[in-house]
Design a protein around this ligand. Structure first.
Ligand code: GTP
Ligand code: MG
Length: 224
């Protein structure tokens, strides 16, 4: 029998809470093209950041089990605003327990300069200035690992003391030994970063691997 530890029991509990929490209906409530269009600060926000095409929108669809909730594309640069998603329902004071925020990607070399400038401004301002931002999930493509522009985002989050956790995406595209090696290298890469949560989640939105682990991690970030 595998050994049961308090940590394993707590993780199993969080997984159950997460499955229930994400199991309802979700809706898109707002697209934010620049900071002045942000909704009033209300529910805790969990944001999904990462390079263009890393799989941010796909992961939101996998978490909520709602294909097409967030728009995805083969070509980078699909998401161009901060898109807000909340659970459906009547909540006390009209405030839902959580908002998921899908972000435009960074590092998209082919977009026009002024567009990149606007997205970068929006991403940077939001990430360092949103008081209700509870945690940022920074997605890393398992085929590519951490890149220079990911490091710039880590720097910003460390400086602003915003909690973040790394998520490997598209793990269906690499072999198990490569994944183990990548996990170790990725953990080493954030070991000295003060605001980085010292564990990573490995996911595939293609076959749902790790999606329940991510739900549990979000529940943990929300102290649920
Ligand atoms: P931008 O909004 O453009 O920054 O992209 P994004 O990070 O939101 O990526 P998106 O979810 O649109 O996915 C980009 C492409 O990767 C799409 O063709 C997805 O089908 C594909 N993709 C996303 N997640 C996975 C995954 O886990 N496995 C595989 N094989 N493909 C994936
Ligand atoms: Mg997207």
């Amino acid at each position: 029998m595998p050994e049961t530890t308090p940590e394993k029991l707590e993780f199993a509990r969080l997984k159950g809470v997460g499955r229930k929490f994400f199991g309802g209906e979700w809706e898109f409530i707002r697209g934010v093209p620049s900071m002045k269009f942000l909704p009033e600060e209300g529910p805790p926000e969990i944001a999904f950041a990462g390079r263009s095409n890393v799989g941010k929108s796909s992961l939101i669809n996998a978490l909520t089990a709602t294909p097409g909730l967030a728009r995805t594309s083969n070509t980078p640069g699909r998401t161009q605003e901060l898109n807000y998603f909340v659970p459906e329902g009547d909540f006390e004071g009209g405030i839902p327990p959580l908002a998921l925020v899908d972000m435009p990607g960074y590092g998209f070399a082919k977009a026009p300069k002024d567009v990149v400038g606007n997205w970068t401004k929006l991403i940077y301002s939001y990430l360092q200035g949103r008081t209700t931002l509870r945690r940022v999930y920074v997605l890393i493509d398992a085929r590519h690992g951490i890149k220079k522009n990911d490091g710039e985002i880590f720097d910003l989050l460390d400086k602003a003391a915003v909690s973040y956790q790394l998520v490997l995406t598209k793990i269906d595209k690499i072999k198990p030994p490569a994944l183990e090696k990548l996990k170790r290298a990725t953990l080493d890469g954030i070991a000295k970063r003060p605001a980085a949560f010292p564990a990573i989640v490995a996911t595939s939105s293609e076959n749902n691997t790790g999606v329940d682990d991510l739900k549990a991690a979000v529940m943990q970030a929300l102290h649920m």
